[in-house]
Design a protein around this ligand. Structure first.
Ligand code: ADP
Ligand code: MG
Length: 480
């Protein structure tokens, strides 16, 4: 961006809720390939049918609001937002307008080395539309209503995001939060998490906000990033040429890497918002709020803050990506491991196993207590790092294995037991060679090689000569 302009971004994030059923109808809200399978008369908008609100969707909305520090309105209602489109048979979308469930929240993020707080204006419930299909026939378009009426949350930020990095970090944190809390699978490829980016430039941070352009339906981090980049150049060029930026809705085309105008932006009055007469006002039971509040999890960024006191930001970011992973880490340290050691094992050997399908953080082959035991064996020098990684770890993957400490004995990699074995052998060798022992003790130190050789021969391969040397010398010097 040319110096002198401040970038201003507000995000509207659509989150597909993980409910079994649709927002106002009882058919499945799950994905199905075959078109028009999950449709009831309510979704078809037959005359006279009445919607009924899905309680689970409401629960998830409350949960998301609480997780993002929003105030939850005990009273809210639904509205009809009117527009005509073939994939919207009712002619209106049920959404919330002036009375959303959640308001005035925020998220903390670390961006470019600095913590910042980004405000959330609102989170509301709404239903998704169906899908128009244009690529199956030269003359006709088709409509698939499987997705129509599936529950969405729309999260709207204040225009307080001032860098591409912060926009990406915000979206990433929202995705982690919905996944952690079972609000949504957050799968952007499937469109279950997608965002609109409102973008404007202004001459300085003190100037009034510039005219914004809304880029619709960005369903990957890279599209979000590229859409903002091209929009910055497009708007900068207009402003530099003294031309106005038009208030409009644009689409990002990943093939050309440009944004295209879809329509000039409707004003709210164009939608003729009306209170939905078919749904009663919503009074939230206090008990639901208390239950949801009591089950909230530590936020991913709060974990990140905690972890980065000890480990690097890159390591922490990887570890917070899934709840299962960060819980595994926390449970390992709760068993006494240091954060850095646990992180090293998780990001190194265990992640490598995960990549080849031998490890699953959701269903780990062994519990955190075993990883902690393994780490302790290494740190107390009872098992070498190499043996722990190459022999103990693979053996721990077998179902029904012994606990790590015992298993390391069974595998013969326990250095303590190895030392005991060396000791046994040297004592036997000393008994068989009393003359040599005496000569050694009288000063013929070179004889140590004789004993080490005999012990090594007895023990066979796989023992560390240095270690044998140490034990042998200790035994020879010990008082008889
Ligand atoms: P609409 O419903 O028409 O999309 P909203 O007022 O709800 O409008 O705002 C939508 C989003 O646009 C919000 O995320 C808000 O932060 C953002 N926004 C508002 N004004 C600007 C601006 N001048 N530049 C960038 N983003 C903006
Ligand atoms: Mg909008």
């Amino acid at each position: 961006m040319k110096e002198g302009y401040q970038l201003v971004i507000g995000l509207e994030i659509h989150i597909q809720l993980q409910t079994a059923r649709k927002l106002f109808a009882t058919e499945s809200s799950g994905f199905i390939e075959e078109p028009n399978k999950h449709i009831s008369p309510i979704t078809w908008a037959h005359p006279g049918v009445l919607p009924q609100l899905n309680r689970q969707a409401l629960r998830l909305a409350i949960r998301m609001g609480l997780a993002t520090h929003c105030a939850i309105d005990r009273f809210s209602r639904f509205a009809r937002k009117h527009y005509f489109y073939p994939d919207l048979p009712k002619g209106f979308q049920r959404t919330q307008s002036d009375q959303p469930i959640c308001r005035e929240g925020y998220l903390d993020l670390k961006v470019g080395g600095e913590w910042q707080q980004i405000s959330i204006e609102r989170i509301h419930l709404e239903e998704d539309a169906g899908k128009s299909i244009h690529d199956q026939d030269p003359a006709f378009s088709f409509v698939d209503l499987n997705r129509a009426g599936t529950p969405l949350l729309e999260l709207v930020t204040r225009p307080e995001i001032h860098s591409i990095e912060a926009a990406l970090a915000f979206l990433a944190e929202v995705r982690r939060i919905v996944r952690y809390h079972g609000v949504s699978d957050g799968d952007m490829e499937k469109g279950n998490l997608r965002c609109d980016a409102n973008i404007s430039l202004r001459p300085s941070p003190e100037a009034p906000l510039g005219t914004r352009v809304e880029i619709k339906n960005l369903n990957s981090f890279s599209f979000l990033q590229r859409a903002i980049e091209v929009e910055i150049s497009r708007q900068t060029a207009l402003l530099e040429a003294g031309k106005p930026v038009m208030r409009e809705t644009r689409a990002f085309d990943p093939k050309t890497g440009t944004t295209l105008s879809l329509r000039s932006k409707e004003e709210a009055q164009d939608y003729r918002y009306l209170t939905e007469p078919d749904l009663p006002p919503l009074h939230l039971p206090e008990a639901w709020l208390e239950e949801e509040a009591s089950q909230l999890l530590e936020l991913p960024m709060a974990r990140f803050r905690r972890y980065t006191e000890t480990i690097s930001e890159a390591e922490a970011l990887t570890l917070i990506e899934s709840l299962a992973m960060s819980q595994y880490l926390d449970n390992t340290t709760a068993c006494g491991s240091s954060l850095q050691a646990a992180a090293n094992w998780m990001l190194g050997p265990l992640s490598a196993l995960a990549r080849t399908g031998q490890w699953d953080w959701e269903q780990p082959a062994f519990p955190p207590s075993e990883l902690a035991a393994l780490i302790e064996l290494v740190e107390t020098r009872q098992v070498s790092h190499h043996d722990a990684k190459e022999r103990l770890l693979p053996a721990l993957l077998d179902p029904g294995h012994a606990p790590a400490a015992l298993l390391s004995e069974q595998l013969g990699i326990r250095m303590v037991s190895q030392q005991n074995r060396i000791q046994e052998v040297i004592q036997a060798v000393m008994q068989e060679n009393p003359d040599e022992v005496q000569r050694y003790r009288q000063g013929k130190k070179a004889l140590v090689g004789f004993f080490v050789g005999k012990v090594m021969k007895e023990l066979g391969g796989g023992v560390d000569p240095k270690e044998v040397n140490q034990v042998v010398m200790a035994q020879l010097s010990a008082p008889a």
